[in-house]
Design a protein around this ligand. Structure first.
Ligand code: AMP
Ligand code: MN
Ligand code: MN
Ligand code: MN
Length: 295
């Protein structure tokens, strides 16, 4: 009853509000998540999520299975992807929502990025061998990947399994990051190419977890400004992988650059409860939610 009154009061002040639950950023075994696309959709349905977007790293391999799993459920599955981009020598992630998975340019870009992932994996493996005398890391990491995609998480899993680290977090801290063995300076796609390819696929380009790049406000604004001038439309105001106290800052950025606000858990696995599926603070209500573009 109290909730209904609150909703009514909010509606009176801000107009109609949307009570649907959206989670527009998560991962499956098609990249570095732990649930298969089917398990993920079932988990999302059990959490009463209304709209779920599967956004695996540089791949759309999981979408068909996820769509099939969603067919006999009330949940709506939105085709998505999370692209790796190199911007000013930094890795930045751009989510594409509502993409056409048959777009030729999209498939071409994915192909290039996956080839690069393979090359990078060989380099990571060689670096671990040369600098930490860890042998056959690539073969080891491959055993943890349940798809063709290979990422740093698979290396971290291998390192934990072999006893080089106590958990994934420590594996990243000791290896795989700047100035550590297994760190390779990334060279992903350009921001312009990725936004172009998302648009060619009729999708919505979204800056993922903007507070996670360690950028000072001035630099972050530069990124957002460039993204906006290239036609980017949205930004993750709420993300399970960025601090809750960053929400007001990112919300102000979204307003300043007139971007839609997106929301997502960045869920990977049930072992990481801090970004659990469908569990995050609500979007600030006086804002343009990206959900307006989804139907
Ligand atoms: P990649 O795209 O292969 O470089 O891997 C990036 C992924 O690694 C992210 O999406 C996270 O899933 C994971 N990751 C990055 N940094 C960390 C960290 N410090 N601890 C745990 N996982 C991390
Ligand atoms: Mn990941
Ligand atoms: Mn990301
Ligand atoms: Mn992600």
């Amino acid at each position: 009853m109290i909730k209904l009154i609150i909703v009514w009061l909010i509606q009176l002040k801000y107009g109609k509000i949307d009570l649907m639950l959206y989670d527009l950023h998560c991962h499956s075994t098609a990249s570095d998540g732990s649930l298969t696309p089917t398990q993920l959709v079932e988990f999302a349905q059990s959490k009463a999520i209304d709209y779920l977007s599967l956004t695996d790293h540089d791949t759309i391999e999981g979408l068909k299975e996820a769509q099939k799993a969603a067919q006999d459920k009330t949940i709506k599955l939105i085709n998505g992807i999370e692209f790796s981009v190199t911007w000013q020598a930094k890795t930045v992630h751009i989510v594409g929502l509502k993409i056409n998975p048959e777009s030729k340019l999209l498939l071409e870009r994915i192909n290039v990025l996956q080839k690069y992932r393979r090359f990078r994996a060989q380099e990571i493996s060689m670096d671990l061998d040369n600098k930490a005398q860890i042998k056959n890391a690539l073969q080891g990491a491959e055993l943890f990947s349940q798809s063709k995609m290979i990422g740093r998480v698979h290396f971290a899993q291998f390192l934990v399994h072999q006893g080089y680290a106590k958990d994934i977090k420590q594996a990243f801290k000791k290896f795989l990051v700047k100035n550590k063995p297994g760190y390779i300076k990334d060279s992903w796609a350009s921001l312009a190419d990725i936004i172009e390819c998302i648009h060619q696929a009729n999708g919505i380009a979204v800056i993922a977890h903007p507070a996670r790049y360690g950028l000072k406000l001035k630099k972050l604004k530069q990124l957002v400004d460039e993204f906006k001038s290239l036609g980017g439309q949205a930004i993750e105001v709420v993300s399970g992988s960025q601090c809750t106290n960053e929400i007001p800052k990112i919300n102000r950025l979204a307003e300043e650059f007139n971007l839609y606000a997106s929301i997502g858990s960045d869920f990977h696995s049930q072992d990481m409860p801090w970004n659990n599926l469908g569990q995050f603070p609500e979007l600030p209500i006086n804002f343009k939610p990206v959900s307006e573009l989804l139907n």
